[in-house]
Structures are given as C-alpha cells and as structure tokens.
Write a protein that binds this ligand. Structure first.
Ligand code: ZN
Ligand code: ZN
Length: 241
C-alpha cells in the first residue's frame, strides 16, 4: 500500500484467476473520516484489510465504502470487508444499487457464462450479492468527506451505474474501469454496458483537468498529459457506436 497524495492511498489489486481491482483510501487520516473506493475480488478481503492496517490506518476510521461500479472484481470481497468494518456505510450509484437491493446480480457477473464459472471457482452462493445500500448516488454530488471535496460524475458505458470521483484541487480522477493508463478503456460488451454511453462518458472526463489518474486496474499515472483522456477517447471513437 502506498501514499499517492495527502489523503489518497492505494492498495494494488492482487490479480488471480481473474483480475482484482485496486482499492483507494481517500480522506485525511487526521479527520478519522476515511472512505474505501472499491474493495476487490472475492477472497481478497484479508489481503486488502491487512494492507490498509499496515499503513497505520485504523479500520474504525473507515466510515464508508464507495463503489465505482459493482463488477465482481470490485465488489467480490465486500462481505469480507463489511465483516471487519461493520459500521461502514455502502454508497453505490442508484442504477446499480437498485438491482443489488433486489438480489439481481446480472451487473455483478456481466454475463451468464461468467457467473457459473465464478460461482464454481470461488464457491459463491446464489444470493451472495444482496446488500443494503446506505446512499444511492446520482452523479453531480459534491461530497465533503475526510476534509476533502470529491465530485461524483456518472459515467455509464462500461456499466450502468459507473461513477468517477474527482478531486479538483490536486486534480485526481478515480474513474473505475472506464479509462486506464496506456490509452486503454473498459470493456463494453457486458450486461448493462453501452458503447455510445461510454463514448459520451469519456467525453465528459476529457473536460476535466486531470493530473493524477487512479484507475481500477493496472498502472496509476501521475503527471497525466493535458490531452490524455481526449486522445484516448479519440482513439476508441470508431469502436464506440
Ligand atoms: Zn468493471
Ligand atoms: Zn474491474
């Protein structure tokens, strides 16, 4: 686990049979009001919790878990994390929160064939992803949490309720799986994905002034070039129709 910036910490995903998402911890530790952004793949809860504690962070200071989206590689170990931090709230965009409350797990697995494979591989039961959601995000919120300000931006396309978190002072963007380093973008063939929406979402992100890019997987980037997101969107434009 590493410090990215004051009030932003990073635990790298530990890829397995399938990828494990990174976890970001946001908030000034002195505020004792920290948030986890995503948790990761099934079975990775202990690894994530130990990494967070090794950084000297008291789990009791984690007040909420904010999901960029609810694919299995981001939400898989949520029950493990909630077991260790029972007081933490769960915040998810309403488009993915509502299915989860009803026990509809299509957005978790993304495709039926993948669901069967993952349930078998990880011993996941049929109702493993029914959670109570404490706050349904809509996009457009300004969150004043952990002595920082984060803007919530709804960026569907990779998934229905994907969100980015943007911190305008240090120009930090946490976009989930919508855009990565090296001109890569999230896949748009899973349940709830939509290529045209993804194009629009990339266009929205391209308008932000971003210096630090903290995606759900692979490299994190400091010193992002000013036209990186616009160039990436342009490269993929022909495929996003
Ligand atoms: Zn995803
Ligand atoms: Zn992912």
């Amino acid at each position: 686990m590493a410090k990215v910036y004051n009030g932003v910490y990073f635990v790298a995903g530990q890829d397995d049979f399938i990828p494990d998402s990174h976890v970001y911890i946001i908030g000034d530790p002195a505020s004792k009001d920290l948030s986890l952004v995503d948790v990761g793949l099934t079975g990775k809860g202990n690894y994530k919790l130990e990494s967070i504690q090794q950084m000297g962070i008291d789990l009791a200071c984690v007040k909420r878990i904010i999901m960029t989206h609810t694919h299995l590689d981001h939400i898989g170990c949520l029950a493990e994390i909630q077991g260790a931090i029972p007081g933490a709230e769960l915040w998810i965009h309403k488009a993915e929160a509502e299915p989860i409350e009803k026990g509809d797990d299509r957005a978790i697995y993304g495709m039926e064939a993948f669901k069967g494979m993952c349930q078998m591989q990880y011993g996941i039961g049929p109702d493993a992803f029914q959670f109570k959601i404490d706050r349904k995000l809509e996009g457009g919120e300004t969150l004043e949490i952990g002595s920082m300000i984060w803007e919530v931006i709804h960026i569907p396309g990779h998934s229905m309720g994907g969100i980015a978190l943007y911190e305008p002072v240090a120009k930090i963007l946490i976009p989930g799986d919508v855009i990565y380093a090296d001109y890569a973008i999230g896949r748009f063939d899973l349940f709830g994905a939509d290529a045209a929406q993804l194009k629009e979402s990339l266009g929205r992100l391209a308008q932000l002034d971003v210096d630090i890019l903290l995606p759900g997987h692979n490299q994190i980037v400091k010193g992002v070039s000013s036209d990186y997101i616009r160039k990436t969107a342009k490269m993929w434009e022909a495929y996003l129709v």
